[in-house]
Design a protein around this ligand. Structure first.
Ligand SMILES: [Zn+2]
Length: 463
C-alpha cells in the first residue's frame, strides 16, 4: 500500500538541501514517488499526519557492534583498554551463536526505534560460521537496512578472511539492498603487513573493508602507510575513528577518496583520540557518524549529532583560546551534522543513488520526528538545529524502511522477542562469569597485553 506523510516540515537533504516548510512525501512500493506540497496520491494510500513534525531521510550508522547490545550499559565506566581486556582477551570467546543473534536482534530493533534505517553491523564476534549465520539471521528478521561487516577478533584476519568457510557462508546466503556485506578488520602496523592477505581476499570477493584506524594505543599511522603502499586505500574503505593520526595519514585518506566514521561519544569516553571532525573538515575528508556499541552508550544518532557538534566546537574554541583569539562564528553548523547522519552515511557505503535523501526514485527510508505531547517540539524555528539539539529518540513517531512502516505511532515491533533472547544470554553469561560478573564492570588490566588472543594489538614504532 502506498504511504504519504502529510504536511510535515521536510528536510529533503537533496543536493540543494531543499527544505519544505509544509510538504508531503509519498512512498509507493519500495521507493519515493514524489515530494512536495499537496501531493495527489493513488487511491488506497495510507495517510500519516506529519503536521507539527519534521520529516527527514532515514539515518545511517556506519559502525555499530550490534552483538554487544546484549551487554547494554555494562561497560559504562570502561576505557578502551578495559573493553579490549573484557571482549578480546577474557570473555568475547564465550559468546555462542545464539548470543550473537540476541544482541543483534535487540540492537537492530533499537536502531529502527531511533530512526536509524541503515546500520553497519561491525560484527567482530564471528568466531565460527555458525556465529555468522546467527548474526545474519537476526539482521534479516528485523525490517531495517543492514550491512554485515564480517569480522572475528578471535582469529587473525589473514586466516579467516581468505578461508573457504567465509566463501561458503557468503555463497550460501543472498545479499542485496537490505543486507549488504563488508569485511571488518584492523591493521596492527606490523611491518610485515600480514593483513595483506585479508585485503586481497576482500578485493577478490569484491567487498569493501572497514577498519578501526587511528586508535590511540592500538592502530596508528603505520597501518595507514602500509595500506597505502600496498594499494589498499580505496574510495569505498571506511576508516573508523581515525582520531589519532598525523596530517600525512589524513592526506592519504583524502587523496584516495575514503571516508571516516566518527563515533564521538566513543572517542570521548574510550580514548581513541579527540573526535576528529575538526581535522577531517580541514583535510576535506568525507564524514559519516556512528555510535560504536551499546556496551557503553546508545544506538541513537541524535546523540551522535549532538556530541559531534559539541566536540568540534569545543575544540575550535580551545584552539583559538590557546592563540588568545575568539571564535566569533561556529564553523560546524547543525545542518552539517544532519547531513553526516544521512547523506554522509549513504556516501560512505556507496549507496548515494539509493538512500540518504528524500527524492523521487530513492528508496523510501523515511523518519518522522513528531511528538505532540512534548513541549520541545514547539516552536520549530531552525529545523536542522531542532533535529540536532532539541529532538531525541523518543520523538521518533514514524519510521519507514523500503516503503514499509516499521515504527508506527512511536512503537516498533520485535521488542518482546529480542528481550527474551537477550535475557537468556545475560543468564548464561552471568553463569559463565560467576564472581567476575561484577568485577568485569571495572576489570583489572593484565600486566602484559599478550594473553592468548592471536590478534593482539601491538605498538610498532618506525624510525
Ligand atoms: Zn568499533
Amino acid at each position: 500500500m502506498p504511504i504519504v506523510l502529510r504536511n510535515g516540515l521536510v528536510l529533503t537533504m537533496d543536493d540543494r538541501r531543499t527544505v519544505l516548510a509544509r510538504g508531503d512525501v509519498l512512498a509507493d512500493g519500495e521507493t519515493i514517488a514524489a515530494v512536495g506540497p499537496d501531493l495527489a496520491v493513488p487511491e488506497g494510500t495510507e495517510e500519516i499526519d506529519a503536521a507539527g513534525g519534521i520529516v527527514l531521510p532515514g539515518m545511517i550508522d556506519t559502525h555499530r557492534h550490534l552483538w554487544q547490545t546484549a551487554m547494554r550499559g555494562y561497560g559504562a565506566d570502561w576505557t578502551l583498554t578495559q573493553y579490549f581486556v573484557w571482549y578480546y582477551l577474557e570473555w568475547g570467546r564465550r559468546f555462542r551463536p545464539q548470543d550473537i543473534y540476541a544482541g543483534n536482534l535487540l540492537g537492530a530493533v533499537e536502531a529502527l526505534d531511533a530512526g536509524v534505517t541503515t546500520t553497519v553491523d561491525w560484527s567482530h564476534g564471528l568466531q565460527t560460521v555458525d556465529h555468522a549465520e546467527a548474526a545474519a539471521d537476526a539482521l534479516q528478521e528485523v525490517p531495517g537496512r543492514f550491512v554485515l561487516a564480517y569480522g572475528n577478533i578471535q582469529q587473525a584476519p589473514w586466516d579467516w578472511a581468505p578461508s573457504a568457510d567465509l566463501r561458503n557462508f557468503i555463497g550460501r546466503r543472498s545479499w542485496d539492498d537490505m543486507l549488504g556485506l563488508q569485511l571488518a578488520f584492523d591493521v596492527t602496523g606490523d611491518p610485515a603487513f600480514p593483513e595483506k592477505a585479508a585485503f586481497e581476499a576482500a578485493r577478490d570477493l569484491g567487498l569493501p573493508v572497514t577498519t578501526h584506524a587511528g586508535v590511540w594505543g592500538a592502530t596508528n599511522d603505520d597501518g595507514i602507510r602500509l595500506m597505502y603502499e600496498n594499494g589498499f586505500m580505496t574510495p569505498e574503505t571506511v576508516y573508523v575513528h581515525a582520531a589519532t593520526l598525523s596530517a600525512d595519514s589524513y592526506h592519504r585518506i583524502a587523496a584516495t577518496g575514503g571516508s571516516v566514521s566518527v563515533s564521538t561519544e566513543s572517542e570521548q569516553s574510550a580514548g581513541q583520540g579527540y573526535p576528529p571532525t575538526w581535522q577531517l573538515r580541514h583535510h576535506g575528508i568525507p564524514v559519516s557518524l556512528s555510535m560504536d556499541t551499546s556496551v557503553w552508550w546508545s544506538g541513537d544518532l541524535f546523540s551522535a549529532m549532538r556530541s559531534t557538534l559539541g566536540a568540534d566546537r569545543s575544540r575550535e574554541h580551545l584552539e583559538a583560546h590557546l592563540r588568545s583569539e575568539t571564535v566569533t562564528h561556529c564553523h560546524l553548523r547543525a545542518e552539517q551534522v544532519v547531513e553526516w547522519a544521512t547523506r554522509g552515511g549513504a556516501a560512505a557505503l556507496g549507496l548515494s543513488d539509493k538512500i540518504g535523501s528524500l527524492e523521487p526514485g530513492k528508496k523510501a527510508d523515511i523518519v518522522l520526528i513528531k511528538n505532540d505531547d512534548s513541549p520541545v517540539m514547539f516552536p520549530i524555528l531552525n529545523p536542522y538545529g531542532h533535529v540536532a539539539f532539541q529532538a531525541q529518540r523518543g520523538d521518533v513517531h514514524t519510521v519507514v524502511v523500503n516503503g514499509e512502516v516499521v515504527k508506527r505511532d512511536g512503537k516498533v515491533d520485535g521488542i518482546a522477542k529480542a528481550r527474551a533472547a537477550v535475557a537468556q544470554t545475560v543468564d548464561y553469561l552471568q553463569g559463565e562469569l560467576g564472581d567476575s560478573w561484577l568485577s568485569g564492570m571495572n576489570p583489572d588490566i593484565p600486566e602484559t597485553k599478550i594473553l592468548d588472543n592471536p590478534y593482539t594489538y601491538t605498538d610498532y614504532r618506525s624510525s
